[in-house]
Design a protein around this ligand. Structure first.
Ligand SMILES: [Zn+2]
Length: 59
């Protein structure tokens, strides 16, 4: 079993440029599949992930 531990003092690293992910940028994608958000590195702009939650509304 994988253990989960909060680490608020540790910055995650970008898997692409290996710099500290002190900030993550996102853009909204909209289309027939609903609203999604694409997240990317503040430093190198490479994509970290896309939200797959359907019907997720922000504001
Ligand atoms: Zn990066």
């Amino acid at each position: 079993m994988l253990e989960l531990e909060a680490a608020p003092a540790v910055d995650p690293l970008c898997p692409h440029c290996s710099r500290d992910l002190t900030k993550v940028l996102f853009r909204e994608l909209s289309g027939m599949m609903g609203r999604r958000f694409i997240y990317f590195c503040y430093h190198c702009h490479k994509v970290l992930g896309i939200s797959h939650r359907k019907g997720f509304w922000m504001g």
